[in-house]
Every structure is written in structure tokens, then in C-alpha cells.
Design a protein around this ligand. Sequence first.
Ligand code: TXA
Ligand code: MG
Length: 351
Amino acid sequence: MNTKIIRVEENDIDEALIKEAGDVIKSGGLVAFPTETVYGLGGDALNPESSKKIYAAKGRPSDNPLIVHIADMESLAKVVKKIPKEAYVLAEAFWPGPLTMIFEKSDAVPFETTGGLSTVAVRMPSDKIANAFIKAAGGYVAAPSANLSGKPSPTEDKYVIEDMDGRINMILCGGRSLVGLESTIVDLTEETPVILRPGYITEDMLSKALGVKVLWDRAIKEPAADVAPKAPGMKYRHYAPNAPLTIVEGDADKVADAINRLGDKDITEGKKVAVIAAAENTAKYDKRFLIKSAGSFYNEDEAARLLFAILRELDDEDAEVIYSEAFKETGVGCATMNRLMKAAGHHVLTV
Ligand code: TXA
Ligand code: MG
């Protein structure tokens, strides 16, 4: 398939191009588009054939449900059975933005879009290009992250092109994603809202807005427990670089000593060693290592924004062993550590 690659300026959106992209969706095609979290791979959420095409383009198991993206609050009623009162509160506080809510689905949403589930995930992105595109597409765009299954979610258009060129009809390029990690998912079908995936909107933010303490899906906090995560996508080994990744946590100087020692041994064995470190610490590492700065230790937003690009770069640069410092877990840092832990297969060394 010939993929049309188009650059869109967020502050000067070309309406004709957006209409063209919207028409592709309306006629059953696929368009990748920027959002504030990561790029999405969009199809018509109400068309079962479009959802099937999304799974095929991503190489994704079809029991992994897609998120339905909307552009205004009026659209919500069509895709859900009923809107619980918590949804109005959370929408008022966090929409448009990096929050996905799970509802009972309406009959308008085909099971192909929800991976066979009777619930549906809905998100209203804040990105201006995404908003204009969803409207032009008829209002309901099903989209997973626009990566090939098993790769990190794309946070820059070049990675979308790398993964999707030739597999879909069109790619809208809009530069770098602001947040850099996928949306927070909160399930509103239970008595008390439950976080199924951490993201930029934190547990504290949700609890404060709702006036109740939200819960966590047990499978997220205790990944060793024999419980399946409620978000089917969280069970797959995601975001994993080709090389084994070990998180080393503890006092910064001890961490650097440990990584320098371990990495020295790896180099003796002829391996290419990479380190992910806070900007403040990069100078502590052996100069023979490939060192990736995740931004200042004090800026958790920056680490979130950079992590997926760093993981892709490490693959591109053929790292053979990777060590990472642990990130600060305040704010979005909790979500960043969740993704880093998955990339590491929960392999943590405490020093
Ligand atoms: O930020 C985001 O959410 C990005 C952008 C493109 O909006 N999208 C994204 O989609 O991350 P995806 O497909 O990569 O992740 C969606 C997650 C999966 O883990 C999936 O299992 C879960 O949402 N999910 C979708 N519908 C669900 C449902 N009805 N019940 C539980 N989990 C659901
Ligand atoms: Mg994904």
C-alpha cells in the first residue's frame, strides 16, 4: 500500500488536508495521527471492518480492545450505554486530555472495536490536530498506539513512519508528543473507579477530583500475582527493547558504581553496554558506555517524554546490555516507572 505522509502544523491546520484524512476514515481506511500522549493508528470506530484492518496493520492480537477517540462531550452518549456521574466530573477536570474512561458500551460500537468486550474505552484528546481530525472523520476514531505490536508507542512522527509506512493509507505528522506515555485508563464500570493503566493523570488527581480514593487494578501493582490485568493490553510484554534491561536502584553514587562494575564486565565479554541516567548523573558513568540522558532527575515530565524514544534509539544503536537508573515516582513518574518496569521484565537490582 502506498502511504501518504503529510506534515500538519498545529497552529496553522490545513483544513483541506484534515478533510482528506477524515474522508479516508469515512471510507474505511486507516490514518495515523498525533495526540498529546503518543501517536494513534486510527480507523472508523463504528465500522467493524476498519477495526479488523487496525489489528492487521499493527500485528496485534484481536482480543486487545481499541480506544474510541471523540472530539466533544456530545459524542459520548452514542458510544456508551449510560454515563455515570463520575464521568461528568472527570471529563470536566481532565477532558480534553490524557485520560481514558471505560464504560458499558452501546450497540453502536461493534465488538470488533472492543475486542469482544461489552465495555468500551473512550478518550477525548487535547491535541488540536487530533481534535480537528476526529471531527473530520465523523466523530468516532478507534485508535491504538501507532506502533507495530511489541515496539514502544511512537512519540515522534519518524517512528510512526518507521513502523507504519506501507501498511496504512495516511500518516499525519505533527512533531513530538507532549506527554510521551499513553493515557491513564480508569474503569468506571465498577462501584469505585479503578486505575487500569497509570499515566499523566495520577491517582491523586483522580481521587481529588472525585472526592473518593480510586483503586488500582491489582495486576498493575503486584505483577507477580496470578491475576490477569483488566486492560487486556497490559498483559502483553510491551515496550521491550531487544537487549536485556536491568533497573538499578539505590543511592545515586552506589548505583553508578554498580553499573560501572557490571558494565565493565559486559564490555570484557565484548558486549555493547548502554545506560539510561538522569542528566545530573551521566558524568558518573564509564565513557565506553552508550549513555542516554532521561533529562533532569527533578523533571519527571521530561523522563516521561523521552523514555520511549530512548528505548527505540537503544535498539537502533544495537545496545546489547542496558542498565537504567530508577526514576522519581512523583507525578507522571509513577507511569514512567510502570513502563520502564515492563521494558525490564521487572528485573530490578537494589544496591
Ligand atoms: O494515550 C493513549 O491512550 C493512546 C492514544 C493513541 O490515545 N492509545 C493507546 O491505545 O495507548 P492502546 O491500544 O495502545 O492501549 C489501549 C489500552 C490497552 O491496554 C487495552 O487493553 C485497554 O486500553 N482497553 C481498551 N478498551 C478496554 C476495555 N473495554 N476494558 C479494559 N481495557 C481496555
Ligand atoms: Mg499500545
